[in-house]
Design a protein around this ligand. Structure first.
Ligand SMILES: [Zn+2]
Ligand SMILES: [Zn+2]
Length: 327
């Protein structure tokens, strides 16, 4: 058994190759908590109504846990927390919705689940079933856009002032690299720049795990037995998989690459200005940079396969009734 290099007492469960240091679960938790709290301290404002986008997966579960600990440790900030799951209606999600409820209950955080079916009028399972073989887009592409829009609309209508997401360092470096390889400067700026203003119905986001490796998250969730779904979504497809592999390769050869890359991308994006103005979608009224938002464009495309008209404003009736949930 290798002992932890920091406390010299517990068994080491994680090795930071960039520093050549092996640590135990307790010391890893301390280090991850310090990084997450630094983000929360810098980006949350006293009195915030914080909605945690909680899928029940490992990242958002750890983000919820650390945000709850932060709120408890800073009572003067008077933060209200609410955990929200969007159920896309896949067999994969069923297990994680239960785990999301369980963790929220254990932590004493209120939890709500809304289904993609009630909000957008379709489930990803139905989509997977109806899409023609070899169709140009995978269910994953539709799901990503529809889920993101649903989460923002829920946050706004339920009265959240900020949304906490589980995006980790690996996710952000992958997204930034994809933006860069597409030459999409606006998306790069949007991904990395931190702005705390509600603009055209877009609720600001905070990512407490942005300086935490995915491997650290996975190690902690297992070692600390945090209720969370560890499986990968079976629908994950497309460019991200290749980009992830390349960046992981680079990190293996040059430990610390991901941290340096994110810091560099962030610095670059702060020096850039995005010339894209947010506005409201002509069809559904949700925030977008185009005249008609991507979700509406996708829903129009999908109406053919699902044999019904899906293009309409989101159904947020149930969400609006939950506005008084905040403590
Ligand atoms: Zn230790
Ligand atoms: Zn729209």
């Amino acid at each position: 058994m290798r002992k932890c290099d920091l406390c010299g007492f517990n068994e080491a469960v994680y090795t930071d190759h960039s520093k050549g240091v092996s640590v135990c679960a307790d010391c890893l938790m301390k280090s991850v908590r310090r990084r997450a709290w630094q983000v929360l301290k810098g980006e949350l404002i006293a009195g915030d109504k914080v909605m945690i986008a909680h899928s029940g997966g490992k990242d958002s579960s750890l983000a919820l846990l650390l945000t709850k600990e932060f709120a408890d440790a800073h009572p003067d900030m008077k933060l209200s927390l609410l955990s929200v799951t969007v159920d896309e209606g896949t067999f994969y999600r069923k297990a994680s919705v239960k785990l999301a409820e369980r963790l929220a209950n254990e932590l004493g955080v209120r939890h709500r689940t809304y289904t993609m079916e009630e909000i957008h009028g379709l489930s990803i399972e139905e989509l997977d079933f109806r899409l023609p073989v070899n169709w140009k887009r995978s269910p994953c592409t539709y799901c990503g856009v529809l889920r993101r829009q649903a989460l923002n609309a829920i946050a706004r209508e339920i009265g959240a002032t900020v949304v906490v997401t589980g995006h980790n360092l690996d996710d952000l470096v992958q997204t930034a690299a994809m933006n860069l390889s597409r030459g999409d400067i606006n998306a790069l700026v949007k991904t990395l720049r931190h702005e705390r203003k509600m603009e055209e119905g877009l609720v600001p986001r905070v990512r407490p795990l942005k300086m935490v490796y995915e491997r650290e998250v996975a190690t902690l969730v297992v070692a600390k037995k945090i209720p969370a779904h560890l499986g990968k979504c079976p629908f994950t497809q497309g460019m991200r998989i290749g980009v992830r592999r390349e960046i992981d390769d680079l990190e293996d050869r040059i430990p610390g690459t991901k941290v340096k890359a994110l810091q560099t991308f962030s610095l670059i994006s702060h020096g850039l200005s995005s010339d894209v103005q947010l506005r409201r979608c002509r069809v559904c009224g949700e925030p977008t940079t185009a005249e008609v938002c991507k979700a509406c464009q996708f829903k129009k495309e999908l109406s053919t396969f699902l044999h019904r008209d899906l293009v309409r404003p989101l159904n947020l009736e149930k969400v609006r009734k939950d506005r008084d949930l905040w403590d």
